[in-house]
Design a protein around this ligand. Sequence first.
Ligand SMILES: [Zn+2]
Ligand SMILES: [Zn+2]
Length: 394
Amino acid sequence: MSRPVYELAEIIQRYKTSFTAKHQPLKQHLSVLNALEKCRTAALGGHVDACDSCGHVRISYNSCRNRHCPKCQTTNKERWILARQQQLLPVSYFHVVFTIPQELNTWCLHYPKQMYDLLFAASHQTIRTFAGDEKHLGAMPGMISVLHSWGQNLSLHPHVHLIIPGGGIAASGCWKNAKSNGRYLFPVKAMSMVFKNKYMQGFLQLLKSENKTLEPSLRETLYNKSWVVYAKQPFGGPAQVIEYLGRYTHKVAISNHRIQSIADGKVNFMYKDYADGCKQKQMVLDATEFLRRFCLHILPPGFRKIRYYGFLANANSTLLQVQQREMEVAAIPAKEVKKISWKTIAKQKLNYDADLCPCCKKGTMITLLHFDANAPPDIEFLKAFSELIKAKKA
Ligand SMILES: [Zn+2]
Ligand SMILES: [Zn+2]
């Protein structure tokens, strides 16, 4: 696995102090930055492995496991994909994106939990409304819903991605294909209207409960606007769905590979300009501004950013299993997927064998010792020892 040259952790290390002085971030945001900064450094402890054949020594530091960390998502993502693969049906799949207008951004910053909960609720209820209507489908739909709060340049751009099988389970228990033999979901314009109304209803309720009022002009703008609901081309087949999902679900606001340089208080990073034919461009931001934008995307503690609805909800797993049996789909039970070790996942999915010696490519790496944050071993000594063994063998 190639390592990116620049990392978010370095930006945090170098500019956290000036960022904090300038923007006074929330305590919770600071603690996320602190975790990310320490990820895979001696500050989190770790373990030492040695090769049983050539004596090569490898020091591994523990990872922070924070869900906002760009370094910590890979095996989580692969395990998640494996679990989702077990829920597939041999039908068409759709990808629908629901976006709320940017006029709501300020509210999202002050009430992230409530505003994002509303986004999940309004979008899935919209799909349920259309699916329940005999005119459109007349069956229970299934949905996997993923929240993203960012646009390409790290600005606030809250939207949810919904992956929806092209049909549903009718009251009779039988599968019912969406229109045109599963190739057409629901009319986008009509969905957009229903979505707007559902969201606004919830939003006005929220304001009431918080004793806030909405400026009449803003209210008018929100109602007059057409809200963006975007239905992408249907997927070719279940295999593509999974691949696609993987790219979306465990993403964080910025991946390390996009960072081009960190120098003189500036961060240079790549972004895709959707307004200009999806061209790859570079953007330069003050490091403090970069960190401010990154923090816009830190979710409230415990907030679930991936949710499942309809026949894909946990509560309906039996319904899904019956459907899979009927469609002759073989699946590994969720319990079994959970038991697969990260080493197996890394080996099968990432082509990385943690047990194989990276030096001689023959020996097996054996763990010599674990160390905690306060007691790192004498690394120079270990390395010298390792060289000694290698020299003796040669
Ligand atoms: Zn991490
Ligand atoms: Zn070796």
